[in-house]
Design a protein around this ligand. Sequence first.
Ligand code: MEV
Length: 322
Amino acid sequence: TQEVVRHDGDAGHRGDIGYGKIILLGEHSVVYGRHAIAAPIPLNIRAEVKPQREHIDLMIPRWGVEMRLSEPERCISSLHASITLIAERLGVAERGMRVDVVPHIPRANGLGASAALAVAVIRAMARCFEVEISEREISNLAFDCEKIAHGTPSGIDNTLATFGRPILFRKENAGARPEIRDLATPDPIPVIIGLSGVATLTMQTVGNVRTAWQKNPERYEAIFSQIDQLALAGVEALRKGDIAELGELMNIDHGLLNALQVSSWEIEELVEIARRNGALGAKLTGGGGGGAMIAVCEPERTQSIASAMRAASYNTFITEIR
Ligand code: MEV
């Protein structure tokens, strides 16, 4: 059996953290000003910054990253740009520092690793150099880092990575302030996360949807509005703790995400396995085109659904919305 991974909060001094996330309802349409529901997962990214005499060094051993920002040609360009931006905005770009990052979120799975990394580094750098920064400013700066990683982000990933609570999110247009509403559910709802094992390129799936929308805006706006209605109905389902209703909304959302053609062979297999083994709802989560999917079910079904996914050689973990 597999233990439920629980949230470990901010306890301990193992560095500053950014939260990973799942989107329950509303990915992609959220880029077009519609509502989406997101929740944190207990996986996070931790960062620690220590001053050193010169150079800014970034170490992420788990991802094989060892970069010195003064040698840009040997750096991953998006990481170089993000860390440079953070140091500049915090006014410490001239200081020497070593940034150590420990990611517990798998990369390129639509689980918010890039936003969580930005948030963890912002917090750690601000702490190291005693720069005062509010939670909102952290989220905004992480949003600017997300633009480097993803092109046209909605702002939901950086918001979740910063605040780490279940939320209803909407940003009506690029210049607007996001509307963020905390969500609650009476009892924890079990969620199984299935990893397709294929990297998701959010920038690419978001770009593909944009191209389709540009060719036929009315057709795609109609799909986005339908997804918006599902996300709003999801708020009520969560409030009541109605897993069957939430599951149905997720199933329909997955159908509409298929209409946007952002699913993949492996995600479809995982969705099918989850439903056949008793999931009340299953859908891709995040950018799609690979990455991860989520399933909800009654608590007694979680282990058998996860086992069936693992029997088909997929990695899974079990968490809960609370
Ligand atoms: C990515 O986690 C969610 C998308 O809706 C993109 C975004 O909102 O920025 C696909």
